[in-house]
Design a binder for this molecule. Structure first.
Ligand code: HEC
Ligand code: HEC
Length: 394
């Protein structure tokens, strides 16, 4: 044979099909030539615990993909905006008595939460638990009830909140210009004199910073998915199986373990803080928010849909929180009424607070059916949840 046909064949191969091995080696049930998960089938009897469909799901749970762009914030990925955001995040002078900065409640050592049941500032207790900010940028709706429809609409709520920074809108704008005016001007040009305009600019810089708040190391679960069979012990692997089979995955889905949506799972309110209606209030607040995605302050008023009008079914619905970092963010739930992960799991097993409970609202979501816990189930689920936090962060 001359060299001609071989070259032609090589060229055809380089173009497409032949780049895959012409004869595939026999593979275990699940085809995964590019990811070493298949190794579990040989190395670890625990691997047989998962069906093919479950493996496909597990692969979607790690690693966390890069953030989607935010068209409503044109500086969302500009490092100089994130630098200004960092300064704003740590600036206590943006509060009525000069003692409250964002970082006070969003502590980097606790995945940017505060360890309290309900947030506290200036001796005042708020009505809700401080959520982690890890991966906050991956969901559009911010706050437990989604009252902010973008990451940059949220800071003004903290700055003006009487139990957080406690500033009036005009005073806030004045202080922003006095302390950060030059930095903001360098990014956005001359200010217009409209207080909300400068507040929106500061919010966009804070959003750029919050987008960078992701754990620096992979969690044991990520290392396990990447092929390190020793990264999770047998209890955590069994916990993962339960997580898939009792249906946690239906809402805590994808690589951030959140569907970014609202559900009623009947976690109790704190009676001291009063009833919390969740999304039923939040949707309305988001529609009226001065810095909503459809406002004149947005950099893209077309792409983002407004919230659906509130309906009675929204009663007691809250944003599904990400579970990454959950080992660091106790106590749990919108009002911090569940002290431990064990308490959370017991509540789910019971199907949420009972229907007569005056401290829980809403009709239980169909995805949150009760289930029975046997033997080591509770401990295994907790072991899995803990494997979602990087060791170094603990
Ligand atoms: C007094 C404590 C406190 C301070 C100060 C504070 N926060 Fe928060 N933060 C909270 C609480 C509590 C929530 C949940 C509130 C709610 O759902 O209504 C929250 C929610 C958030 C969220 C939404 C996260 C999510 O996943 O829904 C973001 C983002 C955020 N804060 C950023 C900030 C920024 C930026 C600042 C400074 C401008 C700030 N926070 C100041 C306590 C605080
Ligand atoms: C129907 C959707 C849904 C299902 C199913 C579900 N969750 Fe949740 N999860 C939520 C919502 C919504 C919240 C917030 C509830 C609240 O605060 O009122 C939450 C909160 C949590 C929290 C507290 C996180 C925090 O930061 O406070 C943990 C832990 C958790 N869920 C784990 C689980 C586990 C484990 C399962 C399976 C047994 C599960 N979830 C099933 C939607 C769901």
């Amino acid at each position: 044979m001359t060299r001609g046909p071989w070259l032609a064949l090589a060229a055809a191969c380089a173009m497409a099909a032949c780049q895959r091995a012409p004869v595939s080696p026999p593979r275990p049930r699940d085809a995964a030539p590019d990811r070493p998960l298949a190794r579990f089938y040989e190395a670890d009897a625990g691997a047989a615990m998962f069906t093919e469909r479950e493996w496909r799901r597990i692969r979607r749970m790690s690693p966390v993909p890069p953030l989607e762009p935010d068209p409503t914030n044109r500086v969302a990925d500009r490092p100089e905006a994130a630098r200004v955001g960092y300064a704003l995040f740590h600036d206590a002078s943006l509060s009525i008595d000069g003692t409250v900065a964002c970082v006070r409640c969003h502590d980097p050592a606790r995945a940017f939460s505060d360890g309290l049941a309900r947030a506290e500032a200036r001796g005042l207790r708020g009505r809700r638990n401080t959520p982690s900010l890890w991966w906050a940028a991956t969901h559009r709706w911010q706050l437990w009830d989604g009252a902010a429809d973008s990451l940059w609409a949220q800071p003004v709520m903290a700055w003006e909140h009487p139990r957080e920074h406690g500033l009036s809108r005009d005073e806030l704008a004045r202080r922003l210009i006095a302390r950060h005016g030059e930095a903001l001007r360098a990014i956005f040009g001359e200010p217009t004199g409209d207080p909300l305009s400068v507040i929106a600019q500061a919010g966009k810089c804070l959003a750029a910073y919050v987008r960078t708040l992701v754990p620096r190391a992979p969690a044991p679960f990520d290392r396990w998915v990447a092929g390190d069979a020793s990264a999770m012990g047998a209890p955590a692997v069994r916990g993962l199986q339960l997580f898939l089979r009792v249906g946690c995955i239906r809402c805590h889905s994808g690589a951030t373990f959140s569907d970014g949506d609202f559900h009623a799972v009947r976690f109790p309110d704190d009676p001291e803080a009063g009833p919390d209606h969740g999304r039923r209030e939040g949707a309305e607040r988001a529609r009226l928010h001065p810095l909503r995605a459809q406002s004149a302050y947005s950099d893209d008023r077309e792409t983002m849909f407004p919230p659906n009008p509130t309906s009675p079914e929204d009663e007691g619905r809250f944003l599904t929180p990400s579970l990454r970092g959950v080992a660091l963010t106790a106590p749990y739930g919108h009002a911090g009424t569940l002290p431990t992960l064990e308490a959370v799991i017991d509540l789910y097993a019971a199907g949420g607070a009972p229907s007569g409970d005056p401290n829980a609202r809403g009709e239980r979501d169909v995805f949150a059916e009760p289930f029975s816990l046997r033997g080591s189930d509770r401990a295994d689920l907790v072991a899995f949840l803990r494997a979602l936090t990087p060791d170094a962060a603990r």
